[in-house]
Design a protein around this ligand. Structure first.
Ligand code: PLP
Length: 418
C-alpha cells in the first residue's frame, strides 16, 4: 500500500522507470525480459478457456497479448494516467484499429483535413470505401464542428498539433461541445508526449500515438498506442452499446482487444516493446532537450530574411500561441516548419545541409528535415494537396539531440549559399 501511494505521488520519469512488473521475475532481472514466444502453455482446459474469455489476465498467444508488450503498455499507463493502453505494430495500425472499433457503415467521422498523409488517406479513401463518411471541418470554428455532428457521428478527430501545418485546436472548448453531443474526442497526440500535456484536462477520450517517434528512444522501431482514458460512455455508439465491460475495460477497449486487434493482427513485436519500454525511461529528458532546441532554433531562424516564415506555436506571431501556452507544459514539441520563397530554394537549401539529415520520421535523436509536399504527400493529386493544405514552399524540421550551435552553423552555411 505504502509503495502504491509513493508510486502515485512520484514524478513523471520515476513512475515510468519504477513501473512494477505484473509478476515478479524469477531471476530478478532489472529490465523486463523479452518474451519472444508465440504461445503460452496451460495446466488445464478451464484455465485456458478463462484466459481466452478475459476472465483472467493470463497470456495465451502473442498476437492477442504478450508479457513484454504488456510491460510497455503499463509504462504508458503510468505516464498518461489512462485506464487502458494497447500497443500495436505502428502508429497507423493504432489509428486504423481505433476507427475500425468505433466506425460502422453509415456512420461519420468529423475531422480536420490537416492530417498526416496516411491518416488522411485512411479516412478519405480506405474507410470511405466501407461506407464511413468523413466530414472535414476547420477546427478553429466551433460552429462548423457543431454543424457537422449528427446522430451518426462516431468520433471527432484531429492531431494535437497538425503535422505539418502546426495548427492547434482548442481541445478543452471542443470537448465541452462533444460532451453535450455525446461524441468521443479521439486525438492523435504523436507530436506532444504526456510530460508535455495533460490529455485528461484537454478532454481527450481516446488518444492514438505513433510510438515510433518520441517513445521509441532514437527511432529504434515502429510502434503505436491506443490509450483509453475511460471517460466516454459508449452506450451512445450504436456499434458498441450492447457490448459487455469485463474486468475494468470499457466497451471500446473490449471491442478493440477481443475483436478488432485480434482480427487485424497488427500486433506489437516483443523485441520492439523491449526497446520502446527502455525509450520511455528517457522520454522526459529527451523531450525537454529536443523541444528546447526546437524553440531556440525557431527564434534563431526568425531573424533570417531569406526565410519567408517560421512556424512554431510558441513564437509571438503564431496564431496558436495562446492555446499552445494554455494546453502545453514547457515547449510545444520538437517539430517546426519554415517556408522559403520557392520549391527550388527548399531543395537547394536542404541539399547543402551536412549535420541535419534528409529523412522522414519525427523525434529521432538526429535532427531530420523533409519537404512534405514532394514526399509524404508526393502521390496525392494537386486537388487533394489543396484540401490537406500542403504548400510546395514548406520544409519540416524535427529537432534531435545534437548541440544547438552545430545545427545553427549547418543552417547558416546552407542559407548563405542560397
Ligand atoms: C502525426 C502522426 N500520426 C501518425 C503517424 C504514423 O505513425 P507510424 O509511422 O508509426 O505508422 C505519423 C508518422 O509520421 C505522424 O506523424
Amino acid at each position: 500500500m505504502k509503495e502504491q501511494v509513493s508510486q502515485q505521488q512520484a514524478g513523471f520519469s520515476t513512475k515510468i522507470i519504477n513501473c512494477r512488473y505484473a509478476k515478479p521475475d524469477a531471476h530478478g532481472s532489472i529490465s523486463f525480459p523479452i518474451y519472444r514466444n508465440a504461445a503460452f502453455e496451460f495446466e488445464d482446459s478451464n484455465t485456458i478457456a478463462a484466459a481466452f474469455q478475459y476472465r483472467t489476465d493470463l497470456h495465451t498467444y502473442s498476437r492477442i497479448s504478450n508479457p513484454t508488450v504488456h510491460h510497455l503498455e503499463s509504462k504508458i499507463k503510468a505516464a498518461s494516467g489512462a485506464e487502458n493502453v494497447m500497443t500495436l505494430a505502428s502508429g497507423m495500425a493504432a489509428i486504423s484499429d481505433t476507427f475500425l472499433t468505433v466506425a460502422y457503415a453509415g456512420s461519420n467521422i468529423v475531422a480536420s483535413p490537416h492530417l498526416f498523409g496516411n491518416t488522411f488517406s485512411l479516412l478519405n479513401f480506405t474507410l470511405a470505401s466501407f461506407g464511413v463518411e468523413v466530414r472535414f471541418v476547420n477546427t478553429d470554428h466551433l460552429d462548423e464542428i457543431a454543424a457537422a455532428i449528427d446522430e451518426n457521428t462516431c468520433a471527432f478527430f484531429c492531431e494535437v498539433i497538425t503535422n505539418p501545418h502546426m495548427e492547434i485546436a482548442n481541445l478543452p472548448e471542443i470537448s465541452k461541445l462533444l460532451k453535450a453531443k455525446n461524441v468521443p474526442m479521439i486525438i492523435d497526440t504523436t507530436l506532444v508526449p504526456w510530460c508535455g500535456m495533460d490529455s485528461r484536462k484537454c478532454g481527450i477520450d481516446i488518444e492514438v500515438v505513433s510510438t515510433t517517434k518520441y517513445i521509441s528512444g532514437g527511432a529504434t522501431g515502429l510502434g503505436g498506442a491506443i490509450i483509453d482514458y475511460g471517460t466516454f460512455n459508449w452506450t451512445a455508439n450504436r456499434k458498441l452499446q450492447h457490448l459487455p465491460e469485463p474486468k475494468g475495460m470499457s466497451r471500446f477497449t473490449y471491442k478493440l482487444r477481443s475483436e478488432i486487434a485480434r482480427n487485424i493482427g497488427a500486433c506489437m513485436n516483443p523485441d520492439t516493446a523491449y526497446q520502446q519500454a527502455l525509450g520511455m525511461e528517457s522520454l522526459q529528458l529527451r523531450y525537454e532537450k529536443m523541444s528546447t532546441t526546437a524553440y531556440e532554433l525557431a527564434q534563431y531562424l526568425s531573424q533570417y530574411s531569406k526565410i519567408v516564415k517560421v512556424n512554431y506555436p510558441k513564437l509571438a506571431h503564431s496564431l496558436y500561441k495562446n492555446i499552445s501556452d494554455d494546453i502545453f507544459i514547457g515547449n510545444p514539441g520538437a517539430m517546426l516548419t519554415i517556408n522559403l520563397n520557392s520549391k527550388e530554394s527548399c531543395y537547394k537549401f536542404m541539399d547543402k545541409l551536412q549535420v541535419i539529415r534528409r529523412a522522414t520520421n519525427l523525434f529521432d535523436n538526429k535532427t531530420l528535415i523533409i519537404h512534405p509536399e514532394s514526399t509524404i504527400y508526393g502521390t496525392f493529386t494537386p486537388e487533394m494537396k489543396k484540401v490537406i493544405g500542403i504548400e510546395p514552399t514548406l520544409i519540416r524540421l524535427s529537432t534531435g539531440l545534437e548541440d544547438l550551435n552545430d545545427l545553427k552553423n549547418d543552417i547558416d552555411g546552407a542559407l548563405n549559399d542560397l
